[in-house]
Design a binder for this molecule. Structure first.
Ligand code: TMP
Ligand code: ASP
Length: 236
């Protein structure tokens, strides 16, 4: 599939048109940002790792009946995906308290929940991606009631599949962020990426962080953590 003009550039990826109006090419960058772009840096090799790891997980999810935008990996950094319009919601699933949840509700990181939680943020950089609930999302017309129900059901199913998968490689899936898109025929599918940029992954034996928190919190060993999680995913 030939790459045509660039149609979008985000913080971590570029998107290109193709000859087929229903397909686009995603190109993953090594650029890393945190805190709504306030912190900027580069994680060497991240684009290639996130692309391949995300594709690996999307294939696994497809096998488990979760519909995604994934079509075909084209190169280390490039993937052909279905063209969707992104629902402007960041869908966060949590199994264990960490990050903004721990801070907002004044609990220790590491508190294990009896059942997973879901929260939404409004995907809007100018507003700093504010937290919102389903009623807010409906009021703002970000999605309809049926779409919100499907997104919640898919998010919990994705959590079950991924939790089991990471557990099998000695990793605890703490939390993660998903984005969904609408296809040309109006169907909601999983889109964007699932990678160490968008998940919290803790080594089960040592508690070591194997994700972007190493960059966000200046913990060092960022590249090594991405390589380690990639190694475990690819070995499985
Ligand atoms: P949080 O605890 O900072 O709200 O993050 C929850 C999860 O969502 C964590 O796995 C990191 C991921 N995340 C993103 O992928 N993009 C973002 O912009 C933010 C804030 C979090
Ligand atoms: N989306 C955040 C940013 O733009 C990154 C993050 O914390 O994952 O800077």
């Amino acid at each position: 599939m030939r790459r045509k003009e660039q149609i979008y550039e985000g913080k971590a990826k570029k998107v290109f048109a193709t000859d087929d109006p229903n397909l686009v090419i995603v190109d993953y960058k090594d650029d890393a940002t945190a805190f709504n772009g306030a912190k900027k840096g580069t994680i060497a090799g991240k684009g290639a790792i996130n692309n391949q790891m995300s594709n690996h997980l999307f294939r696994l999810l497809e096998q488990q009946g979760v519909e995604t935008h994934f079509v075909e990996q084209l190169s280390e950094r490039e993937t052909l995906v279905r063209r969707v319009s992104i629902v402007p919601l960041e869908v966060i699933v949590r199994n264990i308290a960490a990050g903004s949840f721990a801070k907002r509700y004044g609990v220790e990181e590491g508190m294990v929940f009896a059942a997973p939680t879901i929260e939404f943020s409004y995907k809007n950089d100018a507003l700093g991606d504010p937290l919102l609930n389903s009623y807010h999302a409906l009021a703002l017309g970000l999605a309809n009631a049926g779409e919100i129900e499907r997104i919640k059901t898919m998010a919990l199913r994705i959590n079950e599949v991924m939790k089991r998968y990471f557990d099998g490689m000695g990793v605890t899936l703490v939390d993660f962020k998903l984005e969904f898109g609408r296809t040309a025929d109006g169907k909601i599918v999983l889109a964007d990426e699932i990678s160490p940029d968008t998940c919290r992954l803790w080594d089960k034996a040592t508690g070591e962080k194997l994700d972007k928190d190493r960059f966000r919190r200046d913990l060092g060993g960022v590249e090594q953590a991405y390589q380690e999680i990639m190694r475990r995913v690819m070995e499985k």
